[in-house]
Ligand binder design. Structure first.
Ligand SMILES: Nc1nc2c(c(=O)[nH]1)N[C@H]1C(S)=C(S)[C@@H](COP(=O)(O)OP(=O)(O)OC[C@H]3O[C@@H](n4cnc5c(=O)[nH]c(N)nc54)[C@H](O)[C@@H]3O)O[C@H]1N2
Ligand SMILES: Nc1nc2c(c(=O)[nH]1)N[C@H]1C(S)=C(S)[C@@H](COP(=O)(O)OP(=O)(O)OC[C@H]3O[C@@H](n4cnc5c(=O)[nH]c(N)nc54)[C@H](O)[C@@H]3O)O[C@H]1N2
Ligand code: SF4
Ligand SMILES: [Mo]
Length: 694
């Protein structure tokens, strides 16, 4: 595929086509082709031969080259001109040599004074490419002995819940949803967040599949399927228990599957038997008739699958919700058929086989660990010993995307914190930096791309030379390692070497997949056998090789409408800050003028039953607040949200909102420093009008 043709085309026209793949934190990892003329990328389009993404990108990425060549792109290292932080920053260009020397000397001085744990590396999934995201930075910060960060903003709670049941939670191949006759899209907005799965779902539907969305909001996806189960937020465990009650009562339990492949079903079914369906209906807001339909449909209209991503993990009891959904298909034996079972992130497949051979620090030399959700707390904790005095950010925009934004901004404004941000754009985080280092984009660097929405591994070849003086993250860490005289293993490896190291595996899923093959073909499916069904094929990784079922109980999150009564009295409305943008990807594009008009402005969706008593009309400016903070924006009075629930988008930059604040001023940073993803959606607020529309 490709390279031969591309060479021929190049010979004729001076044009080359370079294969790559999208770097965004999106399940789809689209394969793309970049057309390069005279060293400039002139066209980016989806690779038509990719089985899953099939030539289509998305409204975010169709214009990605505009971002690559954007006039606001950071093209040189920048040093802050002394002045107060948090206001309008001023920067002056410096050379790379000076920038690297300055970072190295500040790191050395801070470590001499406080020890290496004074350094906090903060990074996430700005690119999901394995090399630029983590391999080299992890080696570098491990060599320093820096504080470790649980990169837990996304996906970990979902993983933990499924792992409670499966050990290592390998789910279905999403392409096997093609064979399903019942698909429950449970807390995932497929059309917006996972759009390349939609053709598979439509194909199954054309063959008679019933598709159900379980979501507290009438999302774009909910509007396009057969049934929308609009449950009260955070009550998923209660709904699963209600379904299990009906399944047990009506003799739809797959006893043989439970006996052969699980433990703990007696405890689970005992809890299900105790359920009173009227109480379930009151808790979930779903009437008994719907539960009486949903349960047997899932149990008997087969193959039947539950599809989840992260929508329901972002809660205090998100792990329990994911555990419940992992147990449901076991009780009905849904795993018996191809097209049945639990369909979740495929990341686990890649994590099994793509392993950095450079060992990490272990035992007594293992540094302390903090959860990235607790950034604000960690940066502002006066008793933290040693304190964080150096913050190095890459692939991440914590000023915008981290929960409980006010302490984060207070921390970033500390005069005694030396902050380095590796970025492409002048984000709210970069605006707080002492040094901003220009980062390459995906069309300028090499990377190996795994995926969490399908089974294809892709190679991203750089199509053009770095724009301006931008450097890949890997190169910055290599230069820093030299400047600091570090000689730990792997710190001098170039990018291609690291790609080869990851691919150098004995695992059968990687058999025959190497750099040469990826280069020639662009993408390759992992050698997971066609029709692989993890629990049936002996791939359940619990201690006894069985799915671990057990007791299940619904508990409301403290910060939900059924939670802490004193809090609810002051802040009676639940707040969701989900991914609803078509032209944003998390905080990417949140400051890009070309993407803003299509997204309009951030709005608070509020139900008429909540708007009317507060005197709020459609288009009015409102203040949304809780003990953590306050945001002003316009209200949209709509019935796609349910009474008691308001929603607003996250990802807008402070420069684009009227009061310089975004949704994360309000959100719940739980579990704080502990393990797990942030409980963004367990957030209670009050809303009041600010003034008439203007
Ligand atoms: N309220 C609320 N907050 C949320 C969520 C929510 O649902 N609600 N979702 C959470 C979730 S699930 C996630 S995954 C996080 C996402 O949080 P982030 O990973 O921080 O989000 P992004 O905006 O995708 O990327 C951050 C930055 O990475 C930069 N970047 C991209 N590629 C590169 C590169 O190659 N090198 C360098 N140095 N930088 C690069 C981009 O310019 C961008 O500014 O947000 C979380 N925050
Ligand atoms: N266009 C676009 N696509 C994206 C992103 C983006 O920013 N923009 N971000 C990417 C990233 S980082 C991620 S992690 C994925 C996330 O992909 P998804 O998990 O699909 O997206 P979310 O918007 O986080 O949540 C999905 C749904 O969960 C619902 N939900 C919230 N609470 C509950 C609950 O208690 N129960 C149930 N049943 N549902 C609930 C929300 O209403 C929302 O509609 O999307 C990726 N794709
Ligand atoms: S953001 Fe997602 S859908 Fe859009 S091009 Fe990238 S991988 Fe594909
Ligand atoms: Mo995410």
């Amino acid at each position: 595929k490709g390279s031969g043709m591309a060479d021929a085309a190049a010979a004729q026209t001076g044009t080359t086509i370079v294969r790559g793949a999208c770097h965004h934190d999106c399940p789809d990892t689209c394969a793309w082709e970049v057309t390069v003329e005279g060293g400039r990328a002139v066209r980016l389009r989806g690779a038509v031969d990719h089985p899953f993404t099939a030539g289509e990108l998305c409204p975010k990425v169709n214009r990605y080259l505009d971002r690559v060549y954007h006039p606001d792109r950071i093209l040189r290292p920048l040093r802050r001109v002394p002045g107060p932080r948090g206001g309008e920053p001023r920067f002056e260009p410096v050379s790379w040599d000076d920038a690297i020397a300055e970072v190295a000397s500040r790191l050395t001085a801070a470590i001499d004074r406080h020890g290496p744990e004074t350094v906090l590396p903060y990074s996430f999934a700005g690119t999901q490419g394995l090399i630029q995201m983590g391999v080299m930075s992890q080696r570098f910060f491990d060599a320093l002995g820096a504080t470790r960060v649980h990169r837990h903003l996304c996906g970990v709670t979902a993983w933990l819940g499924a792992a409670d049941v499966h050990g290592i939670p390998l789910g279905m191949d999403p392409e096997d949803l093609r064979h399903s006759r019942t698909i429950l899209l449970w807390g995932t907005n497929t059309l917006v967040t996972n759009r390349h799965l939609w053709p598979t779902i439509e194909a199954a539907r054309a063959d008679g599949a019933v598709v159900v969305v379980v979501d507290p909001v009438r999302t774009t996806t909910a509007e396009r399927v057969d049934h929308h189960v609009q449950l009260r937020p955070g009550t998923d465990v209660a709904l699963v228990l209600g379904m299990l009650h009906v399944i047990d009562r009506d003799g739809l339990v797959d006893r043989a599957f439970l006996d052969d492949h699980t433990t703990g079903s007696d405890e689970l079914l005992a809890d299900a038997r105790r359920v009173d369906l009227d109480a379930t209906a009151a808790t979930t807001g779903i009437d008994v008739a719907t539960i009486e339909w949903l349960a047997p449909t899932f149990a008997t209209r087969r193959p039947a699958a539950v599809r989840v991503l992260v929508g329901l993990e972002h809660r205090q009891h998100g792990q329990e919700a994911h555990r419940a959904l992992a147990m449901l298909p076991a009780v009905t034996g849904a795993w018996r058929e191809r097209g049945g079972g639990l369909c979740r992130s495929t990341q686990q497949y890649f994590d099994q086989v793509l392993v950095d051979p450079v060992p990490r620090r272990t035992g007594t030399v293992r540094p302390r660990v903090v959860n990235m959700a607790a950034l604000g707390e960690v940066l502002t904790d006066p008793d933290l010993d040693p304190p964080i005095t150096v913050l190095i950010v890459h692939n991440c925009n914590p000023a915008t995307i981290t929960p409980d934004q006010n302490p984060v901004l207070a921390g970033l404004a500390r005069d005694d914190l030396f902050t380095v941000v590796m970025e492409q754009a002048m984000t709210d985080t970069a605006r707080h930096a002492d040094l901003v280092l220009p980062a390459t984009t995906q069309v300028e660097h090499l990377d190996l791309m795994n995926a969490w929405g399908h089974m294809y591994l892709s190679l991203n070849r750089p199509a053009i030379a770095p724009v301006g003086e931008a450097l890949p993250n890997t190169e910055v860490f290599r230069r820093l390692a030299v400047a600091m005289g570090l000689d730990a293993p792997g710190l001098a490896d170039d990018d291609e070497t690291m790609v080869r190291q990851l691919l150098d595996s004995d695992h059968p899923w990687l058999d025959g997949i190497d750099l040469e093959r990826l280069d020639a073909e662009g993408w390759v499916r992992l050698n997971v056998p066609d029709g692989f069904i993890p629990p049936m094929d002996g791939a359940t990784a619990t201690a006894d090789g069985r799915l671990a079922l057990g007791p299940l109980e619904y508990r409301p999150g403290d910060e939900t409408p059924d939670g802490d009564a004193r809090l609810v009295a002051r802040y009676p409305l639940g707040l969701l800050t989900r991914k609803q943008h078509v032209r944003f990807l998390n905080s990417h594009y949140g400051g890009f003028a070309d993407h803003l008009p299509a997204e309009g402005e951030p709005r608070l969706d509020v139900h008429p039953d909540d708007a009317d008593p507060r005197g709020i009309a459609d288009g009015d400016r409102v203040r949304v607040f809780n003990d953590r903070g306050s945001v002003e924006l316009r209200a949209a009075v709509v019935d796609r949200v349910q009474p008691g629930l308001v929603t607003m988008p996250f990802g807008w930059w402070s420069t684009t909102t009227s009061d310089g604040r975004g949704a994360n001023v309000l959100t719940n940073p739980r579990p704080g420093r502990n393990i797990g993803s942030a409980a963004f959606h367990d957030t209670l607020v009050q809303v009041e009008p600010v003034g008439p529309s203007s």
